[in-house]
Each structure stands twice: as C-alpha cells, then as structure tokens.
Write a protein that binds this ligand. Structure first.
Ligand code: ZN
Length: 204
C-alpha cells in the first residue's frame, strides 16, 4: 500500500505558511514504513528541532482505479479515518528554499499517524461536513471541517488517479486545517472525528 497526502487543501492553512492557494491539488507521498498506529508514542527524531502536527481526515481506497472521473470517485472509498501528517518544518523549509523534494521532512519513520478506527461513510451524516479536531494537553489546537476543503474527496481521487494508479488499501491524507504547530516531549495528543476520539498518544 501507499500513502498519498494532499498539501494546502484549506485556505487558512495555506495562508498561515505563506503559501499560495493552489489551483489544482498538491500531492506527495509517504512510504508504508512511516505509519504509526495503535496509539504508540511518537519519538521526535534527533535531526529536527521543529516537528509540526497536521491533523487530517484519511480516506481508505477500496478498489483499484486509474483515470477515475470525478462523478465516479465516490465508489473508490467507503471508509474515513483520522491521522496526523507529522512534518519536520525546519527541514521542509530548507528543502523548499532550494526547490528540493520534501521526503526527508515528510516521509520519515512514524510521520504518518493513523487511528485504528475508520467510519464507514454511510455512518456519517454528510461526508462533505465532517468535523475533526486535535487537542494537545487538553487544549484545542486544530479545528477542522471537510466543508472548508478547497478540493473535495472526489476532486482529490480524480486528480491523483490521473498520475498514480490507486490500489486497495491505499490511504489518502486529505490536508490539514489551520493551527499547525510544534510538538514537544511530554505532549499528549488527542484527535477526534465528530465526537469520537480516534487518536490518543504521547510525544517522547
Ligand atoms: Zn499535511
């Protein structure tokens, strides 16, 4: 399986990092070795001083597809979960300045946190209006809603599949809302999708 992440999919987040609002989805990938599951602790690597949290809704692909038309895209996923796209922001900033790829800052071990529970999209009243949030040490730091996405789930699937064949079990991290910031040793992160807690783990 592979992990595909969307960048700059919320206007307020693009602006907080002084990025342009894109006119088509920006995507990048993480390897399966970056997955962190079961609420295991996250260990800050020793080569970065600034790991940022990015809470995101995650789609799980349920059939193989290439060149998927937008109006068929909803058939390619039926489960939605919650994850964190950990980003070594200091490293990413240097790579961006040099016009280099972002992998060192995004694809490292444990950089893709994933909740164990997924919602079947039929269980959610409206997939275009899903609330999610991240608390650190019980303080709200990110508060998102899928209705603020620039590119919808269907836009994203259609766009990615023009370039990359989607396969069963692939994960798509759909972008983070505003409020990203650094984590530090001892922090407790709790992620919620609607009123259900799907993530609860510590930074070490
Ligand atoms: Zn992200």
């Amino acid at each position: 399986m592979k992990i595909i992440c969307i960048g700059r999919n919320y206007v307020a987040h693009a602006k907080e990092l002084n990025n342009e609002v894109p006119d088509e989805p920006v995507f990048f990938m993480k390897p399966d070795s970056s997955l962190l599951r079961n609420n295991d602790p996250f260990y800050i690597p020793d080569w970065t001083n600034e790991v940022h949290h990015e809470i995101e809704l995650v789609l799980k692909i349920n059939r193989i597809g290439k060149n998927i038309e937008k109006h068929f895209a909803h058939r390619y996923y039926d489960e939605i979960g919650l994850g964190i796209d950990f980003t070594a922001r200091d490293v990413q900033q240097k790579l961006k300045e040099k016009g280099l790829p972002w992998e060192k800052a995004k694809a490292f071990d444990q950089a893709a946190v994933l909740g164990n529970t997924f919602f079947n999209k039929e269980e959610l009243a409206d997939a275009t209006n899903i609330q999610f949030k991240l608390n650190i040490n019980r303080n709200l730091v990110q508060d998102g809603n899928s209705n603020l996405m620039i590119f919808s789930f269907d836009d994203i699937i259609s766009h990615i599949s023009k370039y990359v064949t989607l396969k069963i079990g692939d994960l798509i991290y759909t972008g983070t809302p505003a409020g990203v910031g650094p984590v530090k040793i001892g922090d407790r992160l709790e992620g919620f999708l609607e009123d259900k807690k799907l993530l609860d783990f510590e930074i070490k």
